[in-house]
Design a protein around this ligand. Sequence first.
Ligand SMILES: [Zn+2]
Length: 444
Amino acid sequence: MPSRRTLIHNGIVVPCDGTRTALDPGSVLIEDGRILAVDRPEALAHITDAHVVDATGHAVLPGLHNTHLHSGLLRGTAESKSLWDWLRDYVDPAHRALTPEIAEAASRLCYTESLRAGTTSVMDMWRHMEGSAHAAEQVGIRATLVPYVADLPGYDYFETLETNRRLLTHYRTHAGGRVRSWVGLEHLFYCSEEAFRAAAALAEEFDTGLHTHSSETMWEVEESVRRFGRRPIEEFRHRGVLGPRTVVAHCVWLDDHELDLLADTGTSVAHCPCSNMKLSSGPARVAEMRRRGIPVGLGSDGEKENNNLDLLEEMKFASLLQKVTTLDPTTGDPWDILTMATIDGARALGLDGVTGSLEAGKQADVVTVDLRRLHTTPLLHGEDFNAVAHLVFSASSADVNHVWVGGRLLVEGGRVRSVDPEKVRLEAQSAAEDLFRRRAALAG
Ligand SMILES: [Zn+2]
């Protein structure tokens, strides 16, 4: 019978528990899906009945949280467009052509890619999400499912509050709590005020979260002022969606009053630096958000606007974007960035009591990253400790070695075990070809 215990032995343990400390060397003991102990290797030397994983030369950290993702199959197909042209001409027509089968293949691809890259928790805004629930269950990742709900004329092909309710009824919590559903809203200009109010009520009825995106471009802010007489976050407050259960992605063009509104209402932010750079949206005021106590998690945004789901790489962009926009080298500190990708992301998702840090009693969502690579040399200890800087600035998903979610070893030596990644890839390839055929037929 396999041992119920796993000892991740002699690594560089970065618990991300709110302190800027590492256990170097350190070990993590897992039992029945939970973390039993995080300690120095010698303190756990008496454990003899565990399956031992040697983590020498590896960082051992909590699984990463991607707080804003869209499953999809549009990677690399419409580059160098402005956000709103790109949505109108490329993304929305693909939404029209989407089927439940294609949507599920997209989720399976994106969750498998994420898990392989050390992400153990995603918040996915997508369509036909019963299939996403199945995909997340198979892949073994934690997933918070958020349908794209829209109701204004011209956007009738999106999800509705009714389909969102159906998802909540069946999948509010699923797969032992690993898969959850929230309420989702598409852009401010795709949804009526009534839809916002009903969405807030739905989230309350099911005691769940609410996710949307906002203030990505300057145009959006100007248009909001023109249409509603308020900036987007002010309009959100007017429509009753700000609060501790809400996570708003992007929040690039916020003024001081809007930042205060987020802080005062306990609303969280999903910061997506790659997307904000690639779509020329602009830099979010992350340091000022964090100073106000707003929980800020990291998000990749979709595969179409990133174009990969690699949060280790995203951390580097997050840091560099802050540095270049503030011209202040003390911003974007590696410890702060790692905190955003782990415990603060979990906090935004309301999962910080469950995961997000390596602490006894929490779910064993653990990642090891091999730091014995050319690009992570030298690896130094003691006063010259540099593993956290390596994680943020040098490492990438290719360096992820093992990944556990809830104590299940889902990636071993860089290979996904829960699903066959080649099968996932081939299924996604043919689903994408189908999607493009269907989109062309609808256009033609
Ligand atoms: Zn997005």
